[in-house]
Design a protein around this ligand. Structure first.
Ligand code: ADE
Length: 224
């Protein structure tokens, strides 16, 4: 899969997407990630990418010309263009799964007070918000989306099956996990996990997942 990120702050994306699994995804070729500075598509000597909003108001708005120029130079047949914005659809595992099936995604990161609305109307296929809060910077949100999508690409997680049991993929939250030591500060790992009885362990985990979901995210069970 190829992902192009367009941002005014490429360094915000670079470090988190060049470690661990994201690094491996690029080394193995599962991910072709390119992070670009939108200013590279400006044409004036000050490399102006933003301006004051028409009609007045606080802050700056990203101008449409460099964003259009960048997307038009990078997109190919079948490219999906995503805009990171707090006004978008709320990101969820189902959207990550959908994006992971695409060959090429361009992610435009909004900054300041947002982007000129002609970008949203005439260039973008999908607006995504990572939650009901406002960040200073869409690049942080883009990192979240890229990570969630790339870990779903075939071969990226060591064990091909490990994404299947994720919280949200299974419709409930993942149950608790324990590792050594079997006793820590007097707190013992549940006996069942040391029993070697795989079917009872599976049933226990299932129940734990349901209990945890009821406690922390009852909304996920509401439709059942
Ligand atoms: N930019 C600022 N806040 C954001 C959010 N919550 N999601 C996506 N992009 C954003």
């Amino acid at each position: 899969m190829r992902i192009d990120i367009l941002t005014l702050f490429p360094e915000i994306c670079r470090a988190p997407l060049s470690e661990s699994m994201m690094k491996r995804a690029q080394t193995t070729g599962a991910l072709d990630l390119r992070i670009h500075n939108v200013r590279d598509w400006t044409t004036d000597k000050h490399r102006t990418a933003d301006d004051a909003p028409f009609g007045g108001g606080q802050g700056m708005v990203m101008r449409p010309e460099p964003i259009f120029a960048a997307v038009e130079s990078l997109r190919v047949e079948g490219t999906t263009v995503v805009l990171m914005t707090p006004q978008g659809r709320t990101f969820a595992q189902s959207i990550a799964q959908e994006l992971a099936t695409y060959e090429h995604v361009i992610i435009v990161c909004g900054h300041y007070e947002g982007v000129d609305h002609r970008v949203t109307e005439h260039l973008v296929d999908m607006e995504i918000s990572i939650g009901d809060y406002v960040l200073t910077n869409g690049a942080i949100a883009a990192v979240v989306v890229v990570d969630a999508v790339v870990r779903l690409l075939p071969g990226v997680l060591g064990d091909e099956h490990s994404a299947a049991n994720d919280s949200f993929s299974a419709g409930v939250l993942e149950g608790p996990q324990y590792t050594r030591p079997a006793e820590f500060r007097g707190w013992k790992v549940p006996d069942i996990l040391l029993s070697g009885n795989h079917s009872e362990i599976a049933a226990w985990r299932n129940q734990q997942a349901i209990d945890r979901t009821r406690e922390n995210r009852p909304d996920l069970l509401a439709d059942e």
